[in-house]
Design a protein around this ligand. Structure first.
Ligand code: UDX
Length: 449
């Protein structure tokens, strides 16, 4: 099929490249010439495993082309996917790029006789596609809906494994305005995947996306709430509590003596909070949107409040062990919001570094991928950003593990002891073995103990 994708951020580019590799003819559209040139020259503007190799392949096969010309892209495709950003502004998501794209697509549809489906992939609050998007297209095209198709097809892509998530989907949700829109969209996927397609109306598809992220964020904040209770009572390690919890036969699946833990249990673990471009923004947007519709979601509000306080707990724990951090060198392992990404958006590490700097510490922070992004966000003469963890640990009086990169998990207790001035470690992801650390003379604490 001939598909144009408007917006070449994480969602747009991964979707475009994957759709092209599935055999579709894809045109990616972005307003920025610099990004378009990069894509056409096989360079991915974002870091995402496997993406660049696939990008090069599909361009060489002439299955994908990038352009700034939306008019050409819409004319030469039968489906246009909207994958532009929905930045968070004044407590809600800003739908202006969505509106603008819908209008631009509508203007092109005015002069097009062929049936065309517009599909929203960006995460938008329920009710956006069938009101704002529909109206913008109708007004700009002069056509009534039905004369063009409308669909909402949310993405469930995790950064760091977005390509695999796209190529091996667990579900494909297609919210469709009518049968014709649905059948066109279903053809994009059902020629290549056996997975069931879940058909809904437009706003239900939008709500499925929010509900998925809200549940995962809930599990994280629930874990942190329980973990904070354990800490307050004392003498309980939250990690052991969760180990006991997940053995419940309603959670674990045991076949032939082998235990299989559902992926959801990975989110049932104490930590220093969730971040990224989705969970914080999506939960906040849902709270605001729901409140505007006269329902105040108390659980989700608590999910955000718990998440807000987790980063500062890391610093409090450190201070309990070393006292005031002022004028002390503190090491921070990890800046990205999670491993395998260079994304620092809403990363707990950024909040933690800011708190440490405010308290007068000298901070040495390390990350294998996110140093450049962090340098744009954080600036201080008391901050050193590097990808050399040994430099960070050297002579430090305390270390905080924030992002569980494999290279940090592999650091041996002897190395902490040898390099640090005072081997005090606060484990924000509970990746180290307490007893092993202590047996090497380290002073160890972590979230949940
Ligand atoms: C998320 C959703 O998972 C994805 O389906 C959706 O489309 C976009 O938002 P992403 O933000 O990339 O994807 O990351 P995810 O891996 O789910 O992590 C989100 C947060 O949860 C991170 O802060 C991460 O540290 C935390 N997390 C993740 C955990 O605490 N434990 C885990 O096992 C995984």
């Amino acid at each position: 099929m001939r598909i144009s994708v408007v917006g070449t951020g994480y969602v747009g580019l991964v979707s475009g490249v994957c759709l092209a590799s599935l055999g579709h003819d894809v045109i990616c559209v972005d307003k920025k010439t610099e990004i378009v040139n990069k894509i056409n020259n096989f360079i991915s503007p974002i870091f995402e495993p496997k993406l660049e190799e696939m990008l090069e392949k599909v361009i060489k096969l002439k299955k994908l082309h990038a352009t700034t010309d939306i008019s050409w892209a819409v004319k030469n495709s039968e489906i246009t996917i909207i994958a532009v950003g929905t930045p968070f502004k004044d407590g809600a998501i800003d739908l202006s790029y969505i509106k603008e794209s819908a209008k631009e697509i509508g203007m092109q549809l005015a002069g097009k006789n062929e049936y065309h489906v517009v599909c929203v992939k960006s995460t938008v609050v329920p009710g956006t596609t069938d009101t704002i998007v529909r109206t913008a297209i109708e007004e700009a095209s002069g056509k009534k809906i039905g004369g063009f198709g409308l669909a909402m097809n949310p993405e469930f892509l995790r950064e760091g494994c977005a390509v695999d998530d796209f190529m091996m989907p667990d579900r494909i949700v297609i919210g469709a305005f009518d049968d014709q829109s649905f059948h066109v969209m279903a053809k994009v996927y059902n020629t290549v995947f056996d997975d069931p397609i879940i058909r809904t109306n437009l706003r239900t598809a939008e709500m499925i996306k929010y509900t998925s992220n809200a549940l995962l964020a809930n599990l994280i904040s629930f874990s942190n709430d329980i973990s904070n209770i354990c800490e307050s009572i004392g003498g309980i390690d939250a990690i052991e509590v969760f180990k006991g919890l997940i053995q419940d036969k309603r959670i674990v699946v045991k076949t032939k003596g082998e235990a299989v833990f559902p992926g959801l249990t990975q989110y049932l673990k104490p930590g220093c909070g969730f971040g990224g471009s989705c969970f914080p923004k999506d939960v906040k947007a849902l709270v605001t949107h729901s409140t505007a519709h006269a329902y105040y979601p108390k659980i989700l509000e608590a999910v955000l409040a718990i998440n807000e306080q987790q980063p500062s707990k890391m610093v409090e724990k450190l201070e309990k062990l070393i006292g005031d951090v002022q004028n002390k060198k503190i090491a921070v392992l990890g800046v990205a919001f999670k491993p395998e990404t260079d994304d620092i958006r809403e990363s707990p590490a950024i909040k933690i570094i800011k708190i440490l700097l405010e308290k007068g510490a000298t901070v040495f922070a390390c990350d294998p991928k996110a140093i450049n992004s962090a340098a744009k966000e954080l600036e201080s003469e008391f901050l050193v950003l590097t990808n050399d963890y040994q430099e960070v640990l050297k002579d430090a009086e305390g270390v905080l593990l924030i992002t569980p990169w494999e290279s940090f998990i592999r650091i041996k207790p002897e190395e902490f002891s040898r390099l640090m001035k005072k081997p005090v470690i606060v484990d924000g992801r509970r990746v180290y073995d307490k007893l092993e650390m202590e047996s090497h003379g380290l002073i160890y604490t972590g979230i949940g103990i």
